[in-house]
Design a protein around this ligand. Structure first.
Ligand SMILES: NC(=O)c1ccc[n+]([C@@H]2O[C@H](COP(=O)([O-])OP(=O)(O)OC[C@H]3O[C@@H](n4cnc5c(N)ncnc54)[C@H](OP(=O)(O)O)[C@@H]3O)[C@@H](O)[C@H]2O)c1
Length: 227
């Protein structure tokens, strides 16, 4: 059975990924709080990936890294610390985790890594400069590592638009806000965690064995269409 290292199975998209694939994978989850799921295939490690030592786990051949930020402010309100923090959570945390297990992924076969960007890299949006800088780093990391680690390990990325998760609850705060955001999308929908999780499960599976270095937009058409 494939062995997945999931960072962020306690909330949002990571939680939905965990629910979708737990019957088929052995999963080691890293997050600060415990996922509210119990299953023979699931082992939880209480870890802050920015502060704590990343645990030794044998046999890992897939990694999904979910931690991210939505820190939206005009440029004059963004401090250097905001940029550094967004970079740490989105990029350096992923780098720490990948460095820890990359030799295992090479050795164990069917290696696959999945990272998360945002629609705001492809499509310029006001107040997104800090998160867009960090996520542009994630997209660069995806392509660089895809080149460096081929043919043993595939590396892909999903770039969602607004998705209904705890991370977005400050923005999706009431019906009016939800309607306004839905209306900006050509398909008039915001994403649910499961919409993103289904693509994540596909991308790490052998069904996607010819895909690497890709950034897949799941955004109800926002990044590419002008309605
Ligand atoms: N939701 C959206 O609208 C949206 C839009 C575009 C892109 N994205 C991207 O999609 C990804 C998933 O987002 P989401 O909405 O599912 O986020 P979420 O609900 O905040 O979930 C993030 C997960 O990462 C874990 N995590 C965060 N910091 C951590 C740390 N230092 N150490 C260990 N675990 C940590 C959290 O667990 P603990 O808190 O228990 O540690 C949680 O399980 C992110 O990269 C985000 O930037 C989301």
């Amino acid at each position: 059975m494939d062995k997945l290292l999931l960072v962020g199975g306690s909330s949002g998209i990571g939680k939905s990924i965990l629910e979708l694939l737990i019957d088929k994978y052995e999963v080691h989850n890293l997050s600060r709080s415990q996922p509210d799921l119990s299953h023979d295939h699931l082992t939880h490690h209480q870890v802050d990936v920015l502060e704590d030592e990343i645990p030794e786990i044998d046999g890992i051949n897939k990694i999904i890294y979910c931690p991210g930020t939505i820190n939206l402010k005009p440029i004059n309100s963004l401090k250097e610390e905001d940029f550094l923090n967004d970079f740490k959570v989105n990029v350096l945390g992923a780098v720490r985790v990948i460095k820890k297990y990359v030799r295992d992924l090479k050795r164990n076969g069917n290696g696959s890594i999945l990272l998360f960007s945002t629609v705001a890299v492809q499509q310029g949006m006001p107040f997104h400069s800090s998160v867009a800088v960090a996520k542009a780093g994630v997209e660069g990391l995806t392509r660089s590592l895809a080149a460096e680690l081929a043919p043993q390990i595939r590396v892909n990325c999903i770039a969602p638009s607004m998705t209904n998760t705890p991370l977005a609850k400050g923005i999706l705060k009431d019906e009016k806000a939800i309607e306004r955001i839905e209306d900006r999308h050509p398909l008039k929908r915001i994403m649910e965690a499961e919409d993103i999780a289904k693509m994540a499960v596909f991308l790490i599976s052998e069904d996607a064995r010819t895909m690497t270095g890709q950034v897949i937009g799941i955004d109800s058409g926002l990044s590419t269409l002008k309605p």
